[in-house]
Design a binder for this molecule. Structure first.
Ligand code: FES
Ligand code: FES
Length: 158
């Protein structure tokens, strides 16, 4: 099936199996490797990206459902290559990652959380993000999201 998508603002036409998970399309066809495969069952969040602005778990999202839609991956989270998104800036400052595998999914979820809630509490973060980090970086993730909110609200970033 031929799909027409916009991936990180780039119009893209790909010929793929309609029920192939969108994650495969992004990683193997579009060659964007920042989005990761973890559980494959919509449970861990490593494969998180946006379809028309909605946060989805792409391991469990058929590619055909993305036809005609706008996909944003971690590579397209910031406005352009010269600016970091406030979440990325905060992640750097807090030095969040350990192995790093889960981190792009967390950053996509964090940026989406801040769109809807510019001043989240620690409980809002815990309740709003269900991604899993096997390295146990959750305390630094919470710290980074609180910092990202501050950076965003101060207008220093994004
Ligand atoms: S790989 Fe998609 S949620 Fe785990
Ligand atoms: S940093 Fe290793 S799984 Fe999260």
């Amino acid at each position: 099936m031929q799909l027409s998508l916009t991936i990180n603002n780039k119009p893209t036409v790909l010929d793929v199996e309609p029920d192939m998970p969108l994650l495969w399309l992004i990683r193997d066809e579009a060659q964007l490797k920042g989005t990761k495969f973890g559980c494959g069952k919509a449970q861990c969040g490593a494969c998180s990206l946006y379809v028309d602005g909605d946060l989805i778990r792409s391991c469990s999202y058929p590619s055909q459902m993305a036809n005609g839609k706008k996909i944003t991956t971690i590579e397209g989270l910031s406005e352009d290559e010269t600016h970091l998104h406030p979440v990325q800036q905060a992640w750097l400052e807090v030095q969040v990652p350990q192995c790093g595998y889960c981190q792009s999914g967390f950053m996509m979820a964090a940026a989406k959380l801040l769109e809807g809630n510019p001043n989240p509490t620690v409980d809002d973060i815990k309740n709003g993000i269900s991604n899993i980090c096997r390295c146990g970086t959750h305390p630094r993730i919470i710290k980074a999201i609180l910092l990202a909110a501050k950076l965003k609200n101060d207008g220093k970033q994004g």
